[in-house]
Write a protein that binds this ligand. Structure first.
Ligand SMILES: [Fe+2]
Length: 630
């Protein structure tokens, strides 16, 4: 087995289609965009094919329905980028990580080399890692308890690894009683049935979404709760109350408000605020841009956002701006920061809180999609005076769009060399935002389809792991917004037609800047369909070319954390740190680890691979802290 799979050059022009460039095996038909035909061939002679081991990609009707023993398909490099994988392998993604760990990977066991300027630094990661208590399975993978990870790159080349569950107040109580005592956002209920959940609006702070390092402190973030501070060395929770309220800026309580007096709502646990799981650093001003939110469901539906700008080495905001997003009911997952604006793309969700209050559904299950309503941009001027409130500029976008992750936004028109502006003086009227979002948005309960999976032809590790056949493809979109004329133009970012990606990021030193050219993301496929991340891509927003590396069809790749090189002079002078979990014949249950790639040449594959001694649940987000910043 090769240590790293390498692919031939996949760089293509803006409208290049990698799928069409594949050289097919004689038994395999060429494929086109969203062509489920690669899984649609008749199954009448399926048994024979299995017995003679001659099945091709074309034989599998349902994506992922490939046995992990069908290695002639899974290991075939010609299928890379074609969404070929076994759900048996992928199903380990949301199987509970059974133990916490602390061990050292010796320098001689690191494959390749750790870059010198990464040594001395620490990578933090977090994600849902525990999905049951006392044999009672949670209802949804996003209800998983946060598992924090810490990779310390020692100066002598070894790597110290630590994993620990985020011991929130709720986690500790449940751990002590070994019982589900709190409701989860996505439908996990307290033990004891309906009556034991009726009227109990408390939900668990899962602390499972992102890690923030600021002012020499480390926090686990959850967008429906407040930050939980972790000891930067031990990952133990630090604060006595477990949650950080920024000295009163983020009050305790559920984020729903009925507009009653604060004191009254406080007594019944309502009217609190939650802190975003996706803060952004503005590298020009060197401030942390973040926000907290609450949702007014009565008498008038609106989301109240309080933006903060925290200067370096401080949690006292140098600027606070309040904005009320009328007509919204749920906060966005992410946002963009330009030199002039905060930009939020609000998805079309409504909240029906009654089933939640009655204890019938989780809060997340009460979010209902409205695909026929337009996505709305709320643009909030940053030059609002400190402590003031801002009236957002509201612009309606397309229907059936659902945006998730924003790598960056900037003032002005795109860097795309094919983008032309009739009136060059009009540049100041524009802003541009890039976003990973779904190319379709179905009606129904938000993320409900992630919790359902029909039976497979083989045993799976966890029924909580989503079936990609039920999920829309995630594409990197470009929004060009004319603020004066209140128009929005949405299109796939250059080079991103039919490319399924997620977790896009840029060099953090270039956030908010128009000259920012490269986006780095985990990559699934070039088929325009949803699938697990099996590699990485660097996208050139100026030319539309792509630089690609696939890890193989049995290796699942997580988000890239982008680390500027110490003496870098170019934008792509970055190291890319990405976790993976690999399934092979001798390790069918999988082994996790860390890849380090050079942002100058993603296609060359990792320059270092650090193998862990276990399979860790598939994580969400993380951050890197350099030796100088620790
Ligand atoms: Fe996220």
């Amino acid at each position: 087995m090769p240590l790293f799979y390498h692919t031939p050059s996949l760089s293509r022009g803006m409208h290049g289609n990698y799928a069409s460039a594949i050289t097919f095996a004689s038994s395999t038909k060429p494929t086109t965009k969203t062509n489920p035909a690669i899984f649609e061939q008749s199954s009448k002679n399926k048994c024979n094919q299995s017995k003679t081991n001659t099945r091709t990609v074309s034989s599998y009707k349902r994506r992922g329905n490939i046995a992990p023993t069908d290695l002639h398909i899974l290991n075939d490099e010609k299928t890379f980028g074609k969404c070929v994988y076994s759900h048996a392998d992928w199903s380990h993604a949301y199987k509970s990580t059974l133990k916490e760990s602390e061990y050292v990977i010796k320098a001689e066991d690191v494959i390749g080399r750790i870059p010198n300027d990464v040594k001395g630094g620490v990578l933090y990661r977090v994600g849902p890692g525990k999905f049951e208590r006392n044999h009672k399975q949670y209802k949804h993978m996003l209800d998983g308890d946060g598992l924090a990870l810490r990779f310390e790159f020692e100066l002598d080349g070894k790597v110290s690894f630590l994993s620990k569950f985020v011991r929130t107040k709720e986690f500790k109580e449940e751990d002590e009683e070994d019982k589900v005592l709190y409701r989860g956002t996505f439908g996990t209920m307290r033990e004891g049935g309906f009556l034991n959940n009726f009227g109990d609006i408390r939900t668990k702070n899962l602390a499972n979404t992102n890690i923030l390092h600021w002012n020499s402190r480390v926090f686990a973030l959850y967008e429906a709760g407040r930050p939980v501070e972790l000891d930067s060395l031990t990952l133990n929770t630090r604060d006595k109350n477990e949650e950080f309220d920024f000295d009163g800026l983020v009050p305790e309580g559920q984020v729903l408000s009925f507009g009653f007096p604060r004191e009254m709502e406080q007594k019944i646990g309502l009217g609190g605020k939650a802190f975003t799981a996706h803060p952004h650093v503005d590298p020009t001003k060197n401030v942390l841009c973040a926000w907290c939110w609450r949702s007014f469901v009565y008498p008038q539906k609106a989301v109240e956002i309080t933006f903060f700008e925290f200067p370096k080495n401080s949690f006292v905001p140098e600027k606070t701006i309040v904005a009320r997003l009328e007509g919204c009911e749920a906060a966005p997952h992410d946002f963009g920061v330009t030199s002039k604006y905060y930009v939020m793309a609000l998805n079309n969700l409504t909240i029906d809180p009654l089933p939640y209050i009655l204890g019938i559904k989780g809060a997340g299950e009460c979010l209902v999609s409205q695909p026929e309503s337009p996505l709305r941009f709320y643009i909030i001027p940053r030059n609002t005076c400190n402590g003031g409130s801002s009236q957002p500029i509201v612009i309606e976008g397309p229907n059936k769009a659902f945006e998730i992750h924003t790598p960056f936004a900037h003032d002005g028109v795109p860097i795309d060399e094919n983008f032309t502006l009739d009136d060059e003086n009009a540049n100041d009227e524009f802003l541009t935002l890039y976003s990973a979002g779904w190319d379709d948005f179905k009606e129904g309960t938000f993320l409900g389809e992630w919790g359902r999976s029909a039976a497979w032809d083989f045993p799976i590790a966890s029924s909580l792991t989503p079936d990609f056949n039920n999920i829309d493809s995630t594409v990197l979109w470009r929004y060009v917004v004319n603020i004066s004329k209140k128009t929005i133009e949405r299109s796939p970012a250059p080079g991103c037609n039919n490319v399924c990606i997620d977790h896009p990021h840029v060099n953090p030193l270039y956030e908010g800047k128009r000259e920012c050219r490269y986006v780095y993301a985990s990559l699934s496929n070039f088929e325009g369909v949803s699938g697990p991340p099996l590699g990485y891509v660097k996208i050139d927003l100026k030319t539309g070319s792509r630089n690609v590396w696939f890890a193989g069809n049995r290796t699942f790749c997580e988000e890239l954390v982008v680390v500027p090189k110490e003496n870098g002079t170019n934008e792509d002078d970055v190291w890319l740190l990405g976790m993976f979990s690999s399934h092979q014949d001798d390790i069918p249950d999988g082994q996790s680890g860390l890849f380090i790639l050079d942002g100058r040449d993603v296609e060359a594959g990792p320059i270092a691979r650090v193998n862990l001694s276990e399979r860790i649940s598939h994580g969400l987000h993380g951050t890197y802290v350099s030796q100088q910043s620790r």
